[in-house]
Write a protein that binds this ligand. Structure first.
Ligand SMILES: CC(C)(COP(=O)(O)OP(=O)(O)OC[C@H]1O[C@@H](n2cnc3c(N)ncnc32)[C@H](O)[C@@H]1OP(=O)(O)O)[C@@H](O)C(=O)NCCC(=O)NCCS
Length: 194
């Protein structure tokens, strides 16, 4: 789906005319993003932004996260990992601490189930505590730890934590809190399917 909402935030697929807002939002938080995300390390400008937006024409599923005023507060994406999906996210520094990334991840989980995915993974560097709090909050189970295969951003250790949420009804699920989370995700899924 091109637009997903929970009534507080809206995820809207990036479009070519978002170039200016994308570049402004990323460059405004470059020190905050660049430590963790290689694509934001060493600067971000129109060329990088345009290259990213072009990937959307080839089937990439990346979304701008907008708050209730329509302001772009960050971005998130859904990557194909057959038979599952993987979620990524980032926020401009001034919009952290309000639950927007957790909400965005919940919407992308619901979208993954709608697309027929069997699981959703979230991966983060083991030093990235705020990123790891998101799958934990949403009831994901720890699925393992791998060494990053590619170069990593400067704040990262290179040890990647993998979290997994299995589609409700498929059997293997995580710890106790997954039940509550699945109910919420199912609710969002149903709401967006309407
Ligand atoms: C990772 C990142 C997106 C996390 O941002 P965040 O603001 O901590 O995450 P959320 O938007 O979900 O907000 C969670 C915070 O809001 C609070 N919150 C308020 N309302 C909330 C709600 N309705 N739901 C969930 N959390 C809520 C939570 O308690 C939490 O606060 P705390 O950190 O004091 O415990 C952000 O730090 C970032 O952009 N980092 C740089 C890029 C990056 O590392 N990306 C991930 C790469 S793997």
């Amino acid at each position: 789906m091109d637009t997903l909402t929970d009534g507080t935030i809206t995820l809207a697929r990036w479009r070519p005319d978002d170039l200016h807002v994308l570049v402004r939002t990323v460059t405004g938080s470059l020190d905050h993003l660049g430590g963790w995300l290689l694509w934001a390390t060493g600067g971000y400008g129109r060329a990088k932004g345009a290259e990213f937006l072009r990937t959307q024409e080839n089937g990439a599923q990346d979304y701008a996260i907008r708050d209730s005023c329509g302001t772009v507060v960050g971005g998130c994406g859904l990557m194909d990992r057959p038979p599952g999906r993987e979620i990524g996210y980032w926020l401009a520094r001034e919009h952290t601490g309000r639950g927007y990334a957790t909400r965005a991840a919940a919407l992308l989980i619901a979208e993954s189930w709608r697309q027929g995915a069997e699981f959703v993974d979230i991966k983060h560097d083991d030093r990235n505590i705020t990123s790891g709090a998101i799958p934990r909050r949403l009831g994901f189970a720890r699925h393992g730890e791998v060494r990053a295969a590619e170069p990593v951003a400067p704040s990262c250790s290179g040890r990647t934590c993998v979290w997994r949420l299995t589609r409700p009804g498929l059997g293997v699920e995580g710890p106790g809190c997954v039940l509550k989370s699945s109910v919420r995700v199912r609710y969002l899924w149903k709401k967006n399917a309407e």
